[in-house]
Each structure stands twice: as structure tokens, then as C-alpha cells.
Design a protein around this ligand. Structure first.
Ligand code: SF4
Ligand code: SF4
Length: 377
């Protein structure tokens, strides 16, 4: 079965399947137990062993959370040059003071040119208070042309200079860039979106190809769909994030996850995913949540890419909205929205009487975009 047909099947089936069926065959077989080696996993062929639960520190406001994470055995920390209005690396660096050698540290650059990649690396090292990062990602590369030769060459030079140990790419649309990543053959780590809500069937093949090529795969957006934006009448499952991380860790091709963690209580819950089994109750909870958020949460399948006659990048705008509605981070949502070209930022979906896009995943595209543009525009 080809990628497209399997994706369509999932999208159609997802609306009707019973609880036991919304997770793909691999996960069904693996359910109600934790996979062997769940706590620490190989990061591809880097030789590094990373905790299955890492830490996305982009919006972590408190160095104490990072310090506690290290105490609990978390050893993978992910940030980026631009996260937290440029403050995330500084906060991370302060928290890692004296502990740098205990962790695997990843940061990212949006830069496309050689000079800008170098400039970003120097700024990142200064902010992080370290001589090197372990992984240096080309950030948010969702089309092949964004993985520029110049940026790749710059990363190779930084590796030779010892400023990064390994090269990475982060991508929301892994299917669009997996061929390019494998063809270039220089990347050691790839970070991509993967969760029970974003869906295994249309990402698993790409993730397996990367894993089989010896590339460490880091899952992001693993808990966002169980956090935030809860209709008033629906009670948010307290342990939704825990179940969501456990679900991701059932896939042995995933090396680590980078859930965001705002406080120590959330962190202490997240790390339990490394040792606790995925249960039938987890499966049921995630199924219910998956249905609740269906009209609200874009699954980033990119099925609607290029369909808006006015050029609205639907998946991107809905992702930015999710940073606020599901992640509680208005600043991150606004910052990303502001990076869109002005002529795109100025489009208002409220000016359309109906929307050209019919999301096969059940998202109410027009009303969600109206909300995004009202809140972030
Ligand atoms: S709006 Fe729907 S079709 Fe478009 S990317 Fe999101 S889930 Fe896919
Ligand atoms: S309502 Fe639909 S067709 Fe109109 S601008 Fe928005 S996304 Fe495009």
C-alpha cells in the first residue's frame, strides 16, 4: 500500500474506528507493555545513549526544572536559537552550569547561508555557556530547497571545528524532506513531529527509513494534543501527557522525545513514561481525546498543502495557533505568525464565504484560521 492510500485510509478510518483500532497495528501489538530498553536508547549511530524522555526546553521558564530533570535521569535537552524570544538558550545554559558533560545538548539554526549558520552557532554557544553542542540542527526545513548546500557545508565545517559533534535537521513535514536527507547522507539526527494525534500511519514509513539508515529520530509535538484547549464540558485527563509519551515510546525507531515541561510536577509525570507500561486505559484515554480535538487540532498531514487560492499556508497557521491553544504559549504563536510574508499575514479567512479546503481529518479549517488570524494577526 502506498503512502497516499494508507494515509487516506487512516484519515477515513480515524473517524469511525473503535478504541482499540485507532492506533496502528504495531502499536496494538505492543500495547499494554513497555518496550525493552525504554529508559535509554541509542541515538542512531552517534554512539550516544539518550533518555527516552528528553526535555524540550524552549518554553521552560525555570532553570530548576532543568536541574531536576537531570537528577531524574533525563539527559537530552533540546532548544533553538529563536526559542523563548531568544532567551531559551540563556536559561538552558544557566541551568546546565557545571552539568554540561552529563547531558546531550541540541540547538538549532534557521539560517540558510554559510555566514549566518556560523554567526548563529557562535551566538548559541555564547548563550549556552559551552564550547560545543552535541547536535546542531538545521531548523524547520519542510521543503527540500530549505536544506541549502551552503547550510550543510557550514554544518560540516562546524563539526570539523568541534563546535558540534553531530549534524541534524528538524522538520514538521518529514515526508517532504526524507529523500533529501537520506540523499545528502550527512545528517546524524532528525527531529520531527510524531504523536498519537499526528498519527503513525503517515509518518512511520519515513521514520523507519531514517532509523534504518542509522539516523537518530527525535519526536516532537508528542504531548501538545493532550494539553490545553479543552472544551468547557470536557475534563482534561490529568495523565494525558504521560499516556501520549508512552504511546510514542512504543515505536523503537524513536530515540527520544522532547515534551515541553513548564514545571517540576509535569516533569515528574513525564519521566514516568520511561518505566511505566502503556495500558489499555492509556489507549482509551488517547482515543477519546483524539475525537474531542478532531475539529480543532491540525494533524500536520499536509494533505491541504497549496490548496488555498489566496496562498494561506494552512498547516503553518494552524500549527502556530496550536502553540497558543494547546501549548499555552501566545508569544511563540505570535512570533511564528509574524515571520510569514506580509501579504500572507494580511489574508483574512473571514472574507471568504466558504473555504476551498475540506480537511479529510475533520479540522474546521476556516473557523480555526479565523481564530488564528484574529489572535495572532
Ligand atoms: S488542516 Fe487537515 S488536511 Fe490540512 S494539514 Fe491539517 S489535518 Fe491535514
Ligand atoms: S477561508 Fe479557506 S480558501 Fe479562504 S483564504 Fe482561508 S484558507 Fe483560503
Amino acid at each position: 500500500m502506498g503512502f497516499d492510500s494508507s494515509r487516506r485510509n487512516f484519515l477515513q478510518a480515524g473517524l469511525a474506528l473503535p478504541a482499540a483500532g485507532f492506533i496502528n497495528a504495531y502499536h496494538r501489538e505492543a500495547a499494554v507493555r513497555a518496550p525493552a530498553g525504554a529508559a535509554y536508547r541509542a541515538l542512531g549511530k552517534t554512539g550516544l545513549k539518550v533518555s527516552g524522555v528528553g526535555s524540550g526546553v524552549g518554553i521552560t521558564p525555570d532553570p530548576n526544572v532543568i536541574a531536576r530533570a537531570i537528577d531524574l535521569g533525563v539527559n537530552y535537552f533540546d532548544t533553538a536559537r529563536g526559542y523563548g524570544a531568544g532567551k531559551s538558550e540563556e536559561i538552558t545554559g544557566a541551568a546546565l552550569k557545571g552539568k554540561r558533560s552529563k547531558v546531550v545538548l541540541a540547538s538549532k539554526t534557521d539560517a540558510r547561508t554559510r555566514a549566518d549558520v556560523f554567526k548563529d552557532m557562535d551566538a548559541s554557544l555564547k548563550a549556552l555557556g559551552t564550547d560545543y553542542v552535541d547536535i546542531w540542527h538545521l531548523h524547520s526545513r519542510d521543503t527540500p530547497d530549505t536544506i541549502t548546500d551552503e547550510a550543510v557545508e557550514a554544518c560540516e565545517m562546524l563539526k570539523k571545528q568541534g563546535k558540534t559533534r553531530f549534524m541534524g535537521v528538524s522538520a514538521h513535514d518529514i515526508n517532504a524532506v526524507v529523500d533529501t536527507i537520506l540523499k545528502i547522507g550527512k545528517f546524524n539526527v532528525v527531529q520531527t513531529t510524531y504523536s498519537y494525534a499526528i498519527g503513525a500511519p503517515f509518518r512511520s514509513a519515513a521514520i523507519s527509513r531514517l532509523h534504518n539508515a542509522g539516523i537518530g529520530v527525535v519526536a516532537m509535538k508528542v504531548i501538545i494534543a493532550v494539553a490545553g484547549f479543552v472544551p468547557r464540558e470536557v475534563k482534561l485527563p490529568n495523565e494525558g501527557p504521560l499516556a501520549a509519551i508512552k504511546w510514542v515510546l512504543l515505536n523503537p525507531a524513536i530515540s527520544t522525545t522532547v515534551p515541553y515541561t513548564k514545571n517540576i510536577a509535569e516533569l515528574e509525570m513525564n519521566v514516568r513514561a520511561m518505566t511505566e507500561p502503556y495500558t489499555a486505559q492509556d489507549e482509551k484515554m488517547l482515543f477519546v481525546r483524539n475525537q474531542e480535538i478532531r475539529p480543532l487540532y491540525c494533524r500536520m498531514c499536509y494533505e491541504c498543502k497549496g490548496q488555498c487560492p489566496k496562498g494561506v499556508p494552512v498547516t503553518d497557521e494552524l500549527r502556530f495557533l496550536a502553540y497558543n491553544d494547546f501549548g499555552g504559549n501566545l508569544l511563540q504563536a505570535q512570533e511564528n505568525f509574524r515571520l510569514l510574508p506580509k501579504e500572507i499575514r494580511d489574508v483574512r479567512c473571514s472574507d471568504c464565504s466558504s473555504c476551498a479546503i475540506h480537511c479529510p481529518n475533520g479540522v474546521d479549517v476556516r473557523s480555526r484560521l479565523i481564530r488564528a488570524q484574529t489572535l495572532l494577526g
